[in-house]
Each structure stands twice: as structure tokens, then as C-alpha cells.
Design a protein around this ligand. Structure first.
Ligand code: PLP
Length: 483
């Protein structure tokens, strides 16, 4: 190819090519391009698989592709929680697990359950406080459980430092890479021993399959995990593995688009008066907003959208949102008014167009036509007394303009009310910490790529204190867990 050097020709394929090519059948006449959906409980004796609990060609294709993306060998599971539980089951009785205080609540529930049964000890740490994590890595520790960014606090861990320290201390490090995906960070390259995924989210990416995976370069761990799957039987569904594999083919495109939408959203809501604090690590498609007015206002926001779906889970092509503390198992250190946004891949009309449309409609609210306007109404009208439904429009705008972030005709601001100034984060002296990850897919840690972890807080806002400052995680066990 013109302009291609010899070294380019032999370079490792880059992530988009891996996503498209890995885990396909051999290229031969009349072979399908895609691995077929193989439905089988039983195989003819004498081969490598023998029985449906021991293996399946469709799972294997998904595992090959995911392994190539993360740079290790994958074992797929019935769900992200099945993958997590399998890894935790490798911890010997009496050993200690150091875990992120704000990691996914299902993992926290599982850790608490194992501890209550006297099987393990759990030490919760603020994963973005590197010194605190390092200090916790004593001789009793077997496992360091990292999630980065965390769900839903969006804290970012210093993966290279933590994984190196864990290795030095003989501690196995595990990174839940569900939020970042290998498009943004590859923890195995950064020193982690194990990656876990809720492939239900970005990897499968279409909100239609529940599936999980473990990826590692360590043969001992791979064998132990594969053995656990055979004996405990937390198998992925064949259809789910097929769907997840199909999802992987477009992972990079979806993540890039969700990320650019999220970055634009953060720019637009940065100084919205209904928001006390914006949490965004600068990369990925998940944003958390701490809504002024707490639970009632946040419920109002999540319950009043049209284009945005009020739903748990994340990482699908569609934009969705929910107030996390509606789940009783969410740690109490997560603010009541925190709404987690999973930004989808819909279109984002130019802000100017949205504002013009807004003016044309005689609407004085020229800011972002987001559900945040609902929160403002909720503040003016306490819960239960809020007039009207659907409050002030959606990220879609209204009047047939199915637009994301349009900030247009959907606003029902009282005409007399002064317009909120549109966010101009770059010009505001109040703007505290803003960083933009310039590119994605770099080999370095996501945290390294950032100038600074973007956690914006209004200086005079009413945001509750950050979770990490709370002395203990008063995590409640409950049957109610979410995703
Ligand atoms: C970060 C993270 N890890 C793991 C899980 C659990 O995955 P699953 O729902 O596929 O069991 C979730 C679910 O939301 C999650 O957000």
C-alpha cells in the first residue's frame, strides 16, 4: 500500500481491526464469515469439548475476540456477576480482599456476603487515593479489587502504580473494565493480573444480552476460572455469546461516539444551575450529575425524559439514566441526588441550532434543554406538588424534534424567568477541574492520559461531601441490586 513502510506492514493490527477480524471462522470457500450459533448440549465423544457445560464454539469465538481486544485469554460467563463471583471464589478462607469502596454494588454485596459468612476479610478503600490503597496492601491481602472508573462515583484509579505495587506484594490485582472497555484502557498492559467485564454493557452494547467474562494472561488463573465454570456451571447462553461477539465488531465506533456525546453533554451542563456537581473522568460514555435538590429533584429528572430512557444498566446504543440511590444496596456514600447517565450514540445537534430553534419558539430558556430543567421545577415545586408532567423537555427537545441535547423547543420555562446563561466552561473563572482526554485507545492508563480527573463542583453548590471523605462505607445488604 502506498506510503506504508515495512514496519507498518508487520505492525500488530490495531484495535478496530482486531474488533472486526478476531474470532471468525477460517476464510475458506463456503465458510460463513461469522461463527454460527451452535446450539448443542452434547458432542460426539472423543473430541475436545464432549459436553455443553465444558465448551461451545460460539462462546469460544467470543472469547477469542475479547481475549485479543484485552490482550489475554478470556473465559465467558452467564453474567458480569458470575465472572466476579468466580474470581472471588478463588480467594482462600481467611484471606483479605482490598476493594474499591464504590465499585459496582453487586460486587460489594457479594464481598459483604462472603465476609459475613466468615470466609474472607474485606477492606474498602478509596480507589482514587493511591496512598490509601498502597497502605492497605499488607501480608494478609490476597486480592486487590479495582474498578476504574467506579460505578457510579466515576473515580479513576492509578492502574500502573496500584498493579505494580500489588505484584510486588504478591497480591493478585483484578480490574473491572466494564466502564472503560479495552477501547479506552487495557489493564493487562498496565500490569493487572485479571480483567472482568459485564459484557452486558458496552461489549454487547445493545441492551439485549446478559453475559460476563474474565480475561487474564496467567495460565494458573485461566485454568482455575475455566474449571470453576465447568463445575459451578455459570455458563453464558449461546445466543448471548453470539450477540456479544456481534456487538464487539462495532465496539470502538460505539465507544468513540458515546464518548464524544458525553464530552459535549458535560460541556453543556457544566454550569447548569440545577447541577451541584458533574462527575466525568474525561473519557467514556458515563456521566454522573449530582442534582441540586437531592432525591426528589433527581427522581424528577429521571422520570421526565422522553428520548432518554429511565432504566438501570448502561453501555447500550441508547441514552439512559437513573438515580442510583433508588437501589437500597447502593452505598450510602453515593449522594441521594446522583443521577448516572449512560450517554448513547444518538445525534447531537449543534448547540446554536438548538438555541435558534428555542428562540423561534419564543422560549427564553436557551440553555441546555435537558431533564435538568425538570429538576429546577422540582425545586420550585416540592415533590408531589409539581404541576404538569414531563416538565421542561428532554434531551430530545420537543415538538417532533427528536434531538439529543438540543436545548430547543422543549422548554416550558416561564417566559418571565431570566434565561440561564449557557455553559461556557472554558471562560469561567469558577471552573475548577476540567480535563479532556485527547484521544482514546492509547496504551497508557486512562488516568495517565488525563490532565486531571474531571470532577466539577460548584464552589457554592450544595453538594454533599464526597464519598471518599466518609469514614466508613455503611453498605447495606439487600436483595435489591441493580446494574
Ligand atoms: C461495573 C460493573 N461490573 C459488573 C456488573 C455486573 O454485571 P451483570 O449485570 O452483567 O451481572 C455491572 C452491572 O451493572 C457493572 O456496572
Amino acid at each position: 500500500m502506498e506510503g506504508m513502510t515495512t514496519s507498518d506492514a508487520h505492525a500488530e493490527p490495531r484495535l478496530p481491526t482486531v474488533a472486526v477480524k478476531a474470532g471468525r471462522p477460517e476464510v475458506q470457500p463456503d465458510q460463513p464469515l461469522n461463527e454460527p450459533l451452535v446450539m448443542a448440549s452434547t458432542y460426539v465423544a472423543g473430541g475436545a469439548v464432549e459436553y455443553g457445560r465444558y465448551g461451545n464454539p460460539t462462546w469460544a469465538a467470543f472469547e477469542t475476540a475479547l481475549g485479543a481486544l484485552e490482550g489475554g485469554r478470556a473465559v465467558s460467563f452467564a453474567s458480569g456477576m458470575a465472572a466476579i463471583s468466580t474470581i472471588l471464589d478463588l480467594v482462600a478462607p481467611g484471606e483479605t480482599v482490598v476493594a474499591a469502596r464504590h465499585c459496582y454494588q453487586g460486587a460489594l454485596v457479594q464481598l459483604a456476603s462472603l465476609e459475613q459468612r466468615g470466609l474472607i476479610k474485606v477492606v474498602l478503600v478509596d480507589i482514587d487515593d493511591t496512598d490509601q490503597v498502597l497502605a492497605a496492601l499488607n501480608d494478609d491481602v490476597a486480592l486487590l479489587w479495582i474498578e476504574s472508573p467506579t460505578n457510579p462515583a466515576l473515580e479513576v484509579a492509578d492502574l500502573p502504580v496500584l498493579c505494580a505495587a500489588a505484584r510486588e506484594a504478591g497480591v493478585t490485582s483484578v480490574v473491572d473494565n466494564t466502564f472503560a472497555t479495552p477501547v479506552v484502557q487495557r489493564p493487562l498492559d498496565l500490569g493487572a493480573d485479571v480483567v472482568v467485564h459485564s459484557a452486558t454493557k458496552y461489549l454487547a452494547g445493545h441492551s439485549d444480552a446478559v453475559i460476563g467474562a474474565v480475561v487474564t494472561r496467567r495460565d494458573d488463573i485461566w485454568r482455575a476460572v475455566d474449571e470453576k465454570r465447568r463445575t459451578m456451571g455459570a455458563l453464558p447462553g449461546t445466543l448471548e455469546a453470539w450477540l456479544a461477539l456481534r456487538g464487539l465488531r462495532t465496539l470502538h465506533l460505539r465507544v468513540e461516539r458515546a464518548q464524544s456525546n458525553a464530552q459535549e453533554l458535560v460541556r453543556r451542563v457544566a454550569r447548569h444551575r440545577a447541577v451541584d456537581r458533574v462527575r466525568y473522568p474525561g473519557f467514556g460514555g458515563i456521566v454522573a450529575l449530582e442534582i441540586a435538590g437531592g432525591a426528589g429533584a433527581a427522581d424528577m429528572v429521571s422520570g421526565s425524559t422522553r428520548l432518554w430512557v429511565h432504566a438501570t444498566s448502561l453501555g447500550g446504543v441508547e441514552s439512559s439514566l437513573e438515580r442510583r440511590r433508588r437501589w437500597t444496596s447502593e452505598p450510602l456514600t453515593i449522594p441521594e441526588g446522583l443521577v448516572r447517565l449512560s450517554v448513547g450514540i444518538e445525534d447531537v445537534p449543534a448547540r446554536r441550532a438548538g438555541r435558534l430553534a428555542s428562540r423561534r419558539a419564543g422560549d427564553r430558556c436557551s440553555g441546555v434543554g435537558t431533564p435538568l430543567d425538570s429538576a429546577m421545577r422540582a425545586r420550585r415545586h416540592p415533590r408531589g406538588s409539581t404541576p404538569g408532567r414531563d416538565a421542561l423537555g428532554d434531551l430530545s427537545g420537543r415538538g417532533g424534534e427528536r434531538r439529543l441535547l438540543a436545548g430547543s423547543g422543549g422548554c416550558r420555562c416561564e417566559p418571565s424567568r431570566p434565561s440561564p446563561r449557557p455553559a461556557r466552561p472554558g471562560r469561567s473563572p469558577r471552573r475548577r477541574a476540567v480535563f479532556a482526554q485527547r484521544r482514546i485507545g492509547a496504551g497508557r492508563g486512562a488516568r495517565d492520559q488525563a490532565d486531571q480527573h474531571l470532577v466539577q463542583r460548584k464552589p457554592h453548590g450544595s453538594a454533599p461531601p464526597r464519598g471518599r471523605r466518609s469514614a466508613t462505607c455503611r453498605h447495606r445488604r439487600s436483595d435489591l441490586t441493580s446494574s
